[in-house]
Design a protein. Sequence first.
Length: 225
Amino acid sequence: MTINQDVCVKKGRGRPKLFDRETALDKALELFWAHGYEATSMSDLVTATGAKAPTLYAEFENKEGLFRAVMHRYIEKFTAQRNATLRCEESCVSKGIENYFRATAECFTDRDKPAGCFFICTSTALSASSSEVADMLRAKHHSQENSLETFLQERQVKGELSASTDTRALAKYLTCVLQGMSVRAREGSTREELDGIIDTMMQLWPMLSGVCQTTAARTPQLAES
């Protein structure tokens, strides 16, 4: 090796790697998702992301700051896609709900990712010192419920649900089903098993939602015409 080559090698070895924020967030997301907030240490995050501890602290301030950024990353990559499925204008209210649940079941059982819902998995076994993290996760749980309630209210205004349908109670029920699906997925349930739960829920949908009587009354007339 010549002197010039030796100098170039030494310069290359000393050059710091560029910090890839999105890649680091994706790796941290999988770690938090798989092990929860409490069980994931900063040293674990350093190892998983490949970034040095000072870099992570400079970028996110602390573990809680990194977790907050990871939550936004999860919403961006997964929650937003499922919400888009729910709010497809071409789908009726029941089809919107079904498509949303099917997409969620697919996400919960994707073998390329940890099983279940990120928010539910990371909210277990939180200590008293993690009250701010608990508040953040609680807010996200309520956000999902509120999103479902808003969707149901909008479709109720359009006449797709009976005026007597309690959209708040229905949204709470649907959220509980989603949480149960997450737990089952975490315990090893397959996509087919979660789809079976959704099949049962959709069979009960007319009773749960109080199908609008005016819509039902128009069906025979459309068939005769």
